[in-house]
Ligand binder design. Sequence first.
Ligand SMILES: [Fe+2]
Length: 183
Amino acid sequence: MAGAVTKGGSGGNVFAIGAADPRLLAEPLDYLETEHYRMRAVLSLLERFVSEPKPRVRAATARLAVDFIRSDLLLHVLDENDGLFPLLRIRCDVADGLDRILARIAEEPARGAATCAEIVRKLLAACHGRAVGKGVRVAVERFVGSQRRLLALEDAFVLPLARQRLTDADRSWLSRQMSERRQ
Ligand SMILES: [Fe+2]
């Protein structure tokens, strides 16, 4: 399944996150949901990272998370901020409560570029062999908690609302926009 954590490398201790199937871009809401699964897999790895005793595994885990945050997560946030959310603002009624949900999403620290950049900086230090100190552990745990709150909000409210409210034309537009972003 896309998003599954697999073992790789000669020692069997280096992990990889399966790539999202690009054919899913034809169904953009399914693609976004798949990205959430992949994000959960990265968050599980980050939880293990903070207590991982082996420097090589720690560095490999940090590198995987850095690559994900810099590429997949960045694209995913653009998919939502520039695509899905504006469409939902057009299609939803006030009674849907969308504004309140989007405000909560915007308030989560992990949604911000500054927090993501800080986590990347701390993880890069671990890539170069530095031990995980308390500051890194606390920052990673906060990032994981914030991302999990985001995923819970989006999976419980945003995606179900999108499945109800978006038209076929909306989905086609979103699909094209997300595909172009990945070319
Ligand atoms: Fe999301």
